[in-house]
Design a protein around this ligand. Structure first.
Ligand SMILES: Nc1nc2c(ncn2[C@@H]2O[C@H](COP(=O)(O)OP(=O)(O)OP(=O)(O)O)[C@@H](O)[C@H]2O)c(=O)[nH]1
Length: 203
């Protein structure tokens, strides 16, 4: 159910970062978890293999991030995507909003369809990324357009029951932290309990 047991018996939700080449996956990981400054990401090399990383900020916020190389080939027999999706809690798909996103949307659709068939419990999170430089109106238009096209693709395939969540993100402001934090919060099993306790505490 998105949780993997590591050797010491700890349970860590797994988050996948996927999207086309140069969409910004490694930058997101570096800025959010390694305090890299946004300008430094200009010099990041392209990722050629899956990079796994454990994140543990506190005893109960801990998870694993897998950064994928731009294009993964679902038909490559050496790539066991079933095993990967089976142990995944959230799949973040990054779309470069400053680029033509037709191909990204095709890729999103293929990825979601494959992943859902293996594990319908995955949270599908779409980051409409690099929205710095867009006006508020342009952001809204972009989100509306991407949302509509993505949903049309799902409906055409008879898969409208798959829920996708959308976020407007940029590494140049707090939006990427906010979006990531929402993704992580959905995966923390203790959160409802913690909320209940806090509610009791303040009432
Ligand atoms: N303007 C802008 N540029 C960004 C943002 N995020 C990433 N970039 C730039 O996008 C380029 C590609 O970023 P990467 O993080 O290497 O992209 P990637 O998806 O990991 O690429 P691959 O490893 O090739 O799959 C870099 O030059 C980043 O500086 C953003 O929010 N805004």
């Amino acid at each position: 159910l998105g949780f993997t047991n590591s050797l010491n018996g700890e349970v860590k939700p797994r988050i996948l970062l996927m999207g086309l080449r140069r969409s910004g996956k490694s930058s997101i990981q570096k800025v959010v978890f390694h305090k890299m400054s946004p300008n430094e990401t200009l010099f990041l090399e392209s990722t050629n293999k899956i990079c796994r990383e454990d994140v543990s900020n506190s005893s109960f916020v801990s998870f694993q991030i897998w950064d994928f190389p731009g294009q993964i080939d679902f038909f490559d027999p050496s790539f066991d995507y079933e095993m990967i999706f089976r142990g995944t809690g959230a799949l973040i798909f990054v779309i470069d909003s400053q680029d033509d996103y037709v191909e990204a949307l095709n890729r999103l659709h293929l990825t979601v369809t494959r992943a859902y068939a293996v594990n319908p419990d995955i949270n599908f999170e779409v980051f409409i990324h690099k929205v710095d430089g867009l006006s508020d109106d342009q952001k809204i238009d972009k989100q509306r357009d991407i949302h509509k096209r993505a949903n049309d693709d799902q409906v055409d395939a008879g898969l409208e029951r798959i829920h996708l969540s959308f976020y407007l993100t940029s590494i140049y402001d707090h939006s990427i932290f906010e979006a990531f934090s929402k993704v992580v919060q959905k995966l923390i099993p203790q959160l409802p309990t913690l909320e209940n306790l806090l509610n009791i505490f303040i009432s």
